[in-house]
Design a protein around this ligand. Sequence first.
Ligand SMILES: [Zn+2]
Length: 163
Amino acid sequence: MKFHYRDLWVPQTATPDQIKSAYRKLARECHPDHTANPDAARFLLIGEAYQTLSDEAARRAYDAELQTYLRRRGWVLCPACGAHNEVPRIPESKVAMCGRCRTALPVNEKERRETQTAALREQAIDVVAELGADLLDLTGDYLHRRLQGVRARIGASSRKGAR
Ligand SMILES: [Zn+2]
């Protein structure tokens, strides 16, 4: 998976103009004509990011792919720099912050738990799909019980935290 927003250091909500100016700024920083320390690998990376994000149809397709990728892992994109963050349990009275730019992430503990549970479910479905359809009944029942166990544990820890 490519992380175009992260590479251009823009949020996923960036306008075409914001994407263009972010690209120009970064390209200048690593282009051999403009710097004593050109970075060819980075130049290619941001070039590729710009190519995708500046094309409306390509960007839409990429966004859909990215959304699925993030959802399956329970990751959250930073609303400032576009970096993907794996969010651990958020202690009460704390906010989750982007590991790259320290901006608050738009997620609370309840949402994080729900996202993680949904991600686990999707991962389980992927496993079942790989195992094959003839095993579906058997594993479906098994996974259902496993997920109930996960849910019970999550419920137990949240009740403990509320006290
Ligand atoms: Zn960030």
